[in-house]
Design a protein around this ligand. Structure first.
Ligand code: CDP
Length: 205
């Protein structure tokens, strides 16, 4: 079995941070699939149609710089509702996941649609206010001027859209381990995730 670690969860739940740390710990490559939708969102803001943007997406487009502005973030969750956009991005994600040795992918539908056979599935969540607070801090320290209230509203709007869309809605896979990070430090989250991965992999591999 391919050693794929699938990490899903709602907006700003800390999936990216956890996925990067787990990837480093297990020496695996990591793909933050949110970057694909963010890059398509940016290309749409620049004038392309969503489907064409998704079909033309190149690995170079995934540089996170400029992909976390409020406008790109909202546009990402709008293009993510479109079936042709999601379909155009499947192969890239599955190819990444099937690398020899395995991979860590984080997003919304990794454990349910992209890699339903993943060896390990984690569903990372936190209370909306906590997620908004963390994202607000990140944005402010990166130089973006935005209020906490705006970030909280963005979190609510994206959660609603991600959970209620027809295509690949955000939902925990039935066999995912749930990880509520609201009251945990980054170190404590990583520690629990490592335990879950080791447990899962010894059960399944
Ligand atoms: O980092 P954050 O959780 O705020 O968002 P992200 O993971 O970068 O994803 C940005 C947007 O892309 C989300 O709001 C989703 O609408 C969409 N997305 C998706 O639909 N499926 C994925 N596998 C990853 C992201």
């Amino acid at each position: 079995m391919q050693f794929t670690i699938a990490i899903d969860g709602p907006a700003a739940a800390g999936k990216g941070t956890l996925a990067a740390q787990l990837a480093a710990y297990f020496s695996l490559p990591h793909l933050d699939t949110g970057l694909l939708y963010r890059a398509v969102g940016r290309m749409v803001l620049e004038g392309q149609t969503p489907e064409t943007a998704a079909q033309r997406l190149q690995p170079n487009d995934l540089n996170p710089s400029g992909l976390y502005t409020p406008a790109v973030t909202q546009q990402a969750s709008r293009v993510a509702e479109l079936a042709p956009v999601r379909a155009a991005l499947v192969d890239f994600q599955r190819d990444f996941a099937s690398q020899t040795g395995g991979a860590v992918l984080d997003g919304r539908d990794i454990g349910t649609v992209i890699c339903p056979q993943a060896a390990v599935k984690l569903f990372v969540t936190a209370r909306p206010e906590v997620r908004a607070e963390r994202r607000h801090r990140e944005l402010i320290s990166g130089g973006t001027k935005i209020s906490y209230a705006q970030v909280l509203q963005d979190v609510y709007e994206r959660d609603y859209r991600d959970q209620n869309r027809v295509e690949a809605p955000l939902i925990a896979a039935p066999d995912a381990t749930m990880l509520d990070t609201s009251d945990l430090s980054i170190e404590a989250v990583l520690e629990r995730a490592i335990i879950a991965v080791k447990q899962f992999s010894s059960d399944r591999l």
